[in-house]
Design a protein around this ligand. Structure first.
Ligand code: SF4
Length: 328
């Protein structure tokens, strides 16, 4: 049995949030004072996460991305990775991290066959890093980037394009790909910032970001992307790496969406923009069997909305939750 929605899209990719806690306070994700983190007992346990992943992998999910908050702030995360790496139905275990805490873990991640690390880094300037993240860990993060580039792990840099803050660094990030085998992805800013849609800022959407790149380079080569890829990818002549743009807010990528999400508190999301469909944590803690859980996943995925606009329109409230509570 596989997970297919009513539009025929096959769901093979789980984004699982390990925690809602984070060691940074990025402006586009949460207010300066942070968010009201939940009580520890409301978080999925690692045992519950393993069970969920196993049941989904038996339904055809073969790729898992572990996110947060910041996954490495949760105690025993590496032990969970060890356990998860025993699930031979998973072709890929990937991690999204802000990188401030992981330098010492890189050899272990290689040993555990972690496929790809997405490093969130929105500036290459120390002062601006402090402004954006409200924390002083630029050195640690850049050290992590260097160590990751020396490792056997696939590296992608996730750069949220924030109007008025880092739009003048788009070329600097692309120049990183000149002699480094790195993929830089520019992400449209989204309203998951703990306060909701900002109205005052100019919009830097996919078109505007590409236009900015086109103004500076005349040898842009489009790259063929996988069907369910979230980013449109390109490279430049004689450049070792590549760059891409993720239309996360413009939502032009929904036709081939193969993703579902489970938040750190067990909320199942068919789409980033929905407000949660059911809580798998409670269902499990109320004694549901593996068969009942599998059937609930099958029934729920079938109802996945056509795209992020439909998902947002069906919400009970406006988008305002912090990305730290969803997992990106
Ligand atoms: S907006 Fe929703 S449907 Fe569209 S790609 Fe994202 S998760 Fe998938």
């Amino acid at each position: 049995m596989h997970l297919t929605d009513k539009f025929g899209r096959e769901i093979t990719y789980l984004r699982l949030a390990i925690t809602d806690r984070c060691n940074l306070r990025c402006q586009y994700c949460m207010p300066a004072h942070g968010i009201d983190i939940v009580d520890r007992k409301e978080l999925l346990t690692y045992k519950e996460m393993y069970r969920i992943t196993r049941i989904l992998s038996e339904l055809g999910v073969n790729k898992v991305r572990l996110t947060g908050g910041e996954p490495f702030v949760r105690k025993d995360f590496i032990k969970f990775l060890e356990t998860l790496s025993f699930n031979d139905k998973l072709d890929q275990i990937n991690i999204t991290t802000n990188g401030a805490l992981i330098a010492k873990h890189i050899p272990k991640l290689e040993e555990l066959n972690i496929k790809a690390i997405n490093l969130s880094l929105d500036t290459l300037q120390a002062d601006r890093f402090k402004t954006i993240t409200r924390r002083n860990v630029f050195t640690e993060t850049m050290e992590t980037l260097d160590k990751l580039l020396e490792s056997s792990l696939q590296i992608k840099l996730n750069v949220v394009v924030i109007p008025g803050l880092n739009t003048d660094e788009i070329v600097d990030f692309i120049e990183l790909t000149k002699d480094k085998d790195l993929s830089v992805r520019f992400i449209e800013e989204m309203p998951f910032n703990g306060v909701g849609q900002k109205t005052d800022d100019e919009i830097w959407n996919m078109k505007k970001i590409y236009h900015e790149i086109e103004k500076n380079y005349n040898n842009i080569i489009p790259l063929k992307s996988k069907r369910s890829s979230t980013s449109q990818n390109y490279t430049l002549e004689a450049y070792k790496g590549s760059f891409g743009i993720i239309p996360a807010f413009t939502r032009t990528i929904c036709n081939d969406c193969n993703r579902i999400r489970i938040t750190a508190t067990g909320m199942f999301k068919n789409c980033l923009f929905d407000d949660g469909v059911f809580n798998i944590r409670d269902f499990m803690r109320n004694g549901a069997s593996d068969k009942e859980i599998a059937q609930l996943f099958i029934n729920t995925v079938h109802k996945k909305p056509k795209n992020g606009f439909v998902a947002e329109a069906n919400r009970r409230d406006n988008v305002s939750e912090s990305m730290s509570t969803i997992g990106g």
